[in-house]
Write a protein that binds this ligand. Structure first.
Ligand SMILES: [Mg+2]
Length: 210
């Protein structure tokens, strides 16, 4: 019987409620150049994609000059970190879930489409970094999600079969990447859904159905 041995978390929208932070930070940078992403476009198209990809799409769809990408990206990361330092705080239900899972012997890791520094700082500010074996960012792969590369690498690094891993994801691009890796996927709507009871229930359900 296959047992779940590891839980791999997406970060934004799963462990950290950062969707709005990324949205606000990118718009704060874009608005300097007369451009803005509406909340509707953010929710249906852009959410969950790396900033680089969003900028490429804005160049194709709205003629944002490509020469500005690097500068806007830099500003966006800076603005994101400012917001993170103000708003990123530990959440009891996450710390509780991660410490119980870790104490029960599950290996824990994070795979995020964000840049390495953001992942490091956010997990640290949320007091979650110490529970993780490792984390992978979009700088650790050649293709971010929806490509499964990040999840494939994480599963290999854990030395496990995909079926022994549970991936927790919240959005379309991440769910596509997680499913393509062959792992079990738990889809969540909000960061509050990522609690010990829900994860434990899912693992039991999966193992009973084998
Ligand atoms: Mg996400």
């Amino acid at each position: 019987m296959t047992k779940i041995k590891a839980v791999i978390f997406d970060m934004d929208g799963v462990l950290i409620d950062a969707k709005d932070w990324h949205y606000e930070a990118l718009n704060k940078a874009l608005v300097l150049f007369g451009m803005e992403i509406s909340r509707y476009d953010h929710l249906v198209t852009f959410d969950g994609l790396p900033t680089k990809k969003k900028l490429e799409m804005l160049s194709i769809e709205r003629g944002l000059p490509e020469e500005l990408h690097e500068f806007i990206n830099c500003l966006k990361q800076q603005y994101t970190m400012e917001i993170v330092h103000q708003k990123c705080k530990p959440k009891f239900y996450h710390e509780f879930a991660l410490s119980r899972l870790k104490n029960s012997g599950y290996k824990l890791a994070v795979c995020s489409n964000s840049v390495r520094n953001s992942v490091q700082v956010m997990l640290d500010k949320a007091s979650l970094l110490n529970y993780m074996e490792f984390f992978l960012s979009n700088q650790d792969v050649s293709k971010g999600k929806p490509d499964p590369e990040m999840y494939n690498n994480a599963i290999e690094r854990l030395g496990l079969d995909p079926k022994e891993c549970l991936i927790i994801e919240d959005n379309e691009h991440g769910i596509a990447a997680a499913k393509a890796s062959g792992a079990n996927v738990m889809e969540v709507e909000t960061v509050e859904d990522v609690n010990y009871l829900n994860i434990h229930k899912y693992i039991n359900l999966f193992e009973e159905n084998l």
